[in-house]
Design a protein around this ligand. Structure first.
Ligand code: ZN
Ligand code: ZN
Length: 133
């Protein structure tokens, strides 16, 4: 049995612009080490850590993210609980917020890549409003 693919519809928390385009979430990115600005395309599939970017970004490199529409920062104060790197936050269409890590190679870099299976299942249940028994 294969898991159904789950596409995350995410919005900017500041201007509410839709950031999911097809199967990608397109954000502005700033590479901290080299001060390069560019674009980053995260996979919009839950837990998928595929990333495409025009920045020279390798494993361990850290980026901060902005909304490509209002250009406001998506970064939050809380550091990544997995690697201590910078954390970005976007809104889900369901009203939840989803955080992801700015450090490439961190498991939290994927949308939904945080947490254990129970937490992920719980989030999915809440997203689809599946009642708990
Ligand atoms: Zn925005
Ligand atoms: Zn991290």
């Amino acid at each position: 049995m294969s898991q159904p693919l789950l596409l995350l519809e995410v919005n900017c928390p500041n201007c509410q612009a839709a950031l999911t385009h097809g199967q990608q979430v397109i954000l502005g990115a700033h590479l901290v080490a080299t001060h390069q600005d560019g674009e980053i395309r995260l996979s919009a599939l839950f837990g998928d850590d595929q990333v495409q970017t025009d920045l020279a970004m390798g494993d361990g490199d850290v980026a901060t993210f902005t909304c490509p529409y209002c250009e406001r920062s998506l970064m939050v104060e809380t550091p990544c609980k997995l690697c201590g790197g910078p954390l970005a936050s976007v809104n889900l269409a369901s009203g939840e917020t989803m955080e992801f890590c700015g450090q490439r190679g961190c498991r939290g870099h994927a949308l939904g890549g945080f947490g254990d299976v129970d937490e992920m299942t719980d989030l999915l249940n809440r997203m689809f409003k599946i009642p708990h028994d």
